[in-house]
Design a protein around this ligand. Structure first.
Ligand code: G3H
Ligand code: 13P
Ligand code: ZN
Length: 322
């Protein structure tokens, strides 16, 4: 089937108490690993492309890779989404160029500027049959070339969400409840340590999520920064020449709980990067004589597929929902 918007998938996800996985794509092997997992599990899917991905791989290549995946997986709905669109021009270029969904991220601007800029994108997008995700509140961590420290991050203020959604007309809203971008989501002093010495992050602010949902009944909420930073892959990286001390993510049980509430889209990127990098590092360590990229990209793609299958089944709960 052709690429779809997220409207229908979010409606079903909200009613069904599950979430759709939104996975970032940057090359063919990542697209294949993710889409093969969703196809095998009959799961709806969002593939998302950041500004950095467009700069790396080129808009046309990425759109054509995703369109190829939709041809190869005809039975599952796939949406193509712009992740963290920084301005109107970037959103317009994606709306005109085959995307079915865009995010306009003006969360670092004032409330009024965020409303004004988001509304402009919504009007253009809706005129072209494309849906829009907006953001209120600021996540910590690194996204594209922007780094937000924990001190500069701020939770979404529930008292602002009704006015924001009513004035902008956005179709979904990303909120900040304590998730964070990247593989180093929390500093050691924000965490406690468990008996194995692994950092345990502070719990997500479900009170903020519940208050937002009460004010926006039936409205799809989005969580960014939702990688769990699997410790097996962090270890694989560190055992094979890498150096990633104290990388820590969001516990999967908390994401599952969010998916059962009003969260309809959960963004996962760093976990796939860890799986790919760990697999390739281990391959080179074990096979120092090999130099054919197909030989190391093949197990990397296979591990991305396994990881996405796990997320779909155990975290998002969207298996069989296509
Ligand atoms: O939130 C950001 C995503 O993980 C995309 O990362 O800007 O490095 O492509 P990127
Ligand atoms: P992670 O860095 O936790 O994978 O978050 C990805 C994301 O939010 C993309 O927009
Ligand atoms: Zn994000």
């Amino acid at each position: 089937m052709p690429l779809v918007t997220t409207t229908e998938m979010f409606k079903k996800a909200y009613e069904g108490g599950y979430a759709i996985g939104a996975f970032n794509v940057n090359n063919m092997e990542i697209v294949q690993g993710i889409t093969e997992a969703a196809r095998d599990l009959n799961a709806p899917l969002i593939l998302q492309v950041s500004k950095g991905a467009r700069a790396y791989a080129n808009h046309t290549y990425l759109v054509k890779l995703v369109e190829a995946a939709a041809i190869e997986c005809p039975n599952i709905p796939i949406a193509l989404h712009l992740d963290h669109g920084p301005d109107f021009e970037t959103c317009k270029s994606c709306i005109d160029g085959g995307f079915t969904s865009v995010m306009i991220d003006l969360s670092s601007k004032s409330f009024e500027e965020n409303i004004e800029g988001t509304k402009k994108v919504v009007e253009y997008a809706h005129d072209h049959g494309v849906v829009v995700e907006a953001e209120l509140g600021t996540l910590a961590g690194v996204e594209d070339d922007v780094k937000v420290s924990a001190e500069d991050s701020s939770y979404t203020r529930p008292e602002e969400v009704e006015e924001f959604v009513a004035k902008t007309g956005c179709d979904s809203l990303a909120i900040a409840i304590g998730t964070s971008h990247g593989a180093y989501k929390f500093t050691a002093d924000q965490c406690t340590r468990n008996e194995k010495g692994i950092l345990v992050p502070p719990p997500l602010r479900f009170d903020v999520l519940e208050e937002v949902s009460k004010r926006l009944p039936g409205f799809p909420i989005v969580l960014h920064g939702s990688s769990s930073v699997p410790q097996d892959y962090v270890k694989m990286i560190n055992d094979n020449g890498g150096k990633m001390p104290d990388a820590v993510g969001i516990p999967e049980e908390q994401l599952r709980k969010a998916a059962s509430l009003s969260v309809c889209k959960i963004n996962i990127d760093s976990d796939l990067r860890l799986a790919m990098t760990g697999t390739i590092r281990q391959f080179f360590n074990e096979h120092p004589d090999k130099f054919d990229p197909r030989e190391y990209l093949k197990p990397a793609r296979a591990n991305i597929k396994e990881l996405v299958k796990h997320k779909i089944t155990d975290v998002l709960g969207c298996d069989g929902k296509a």
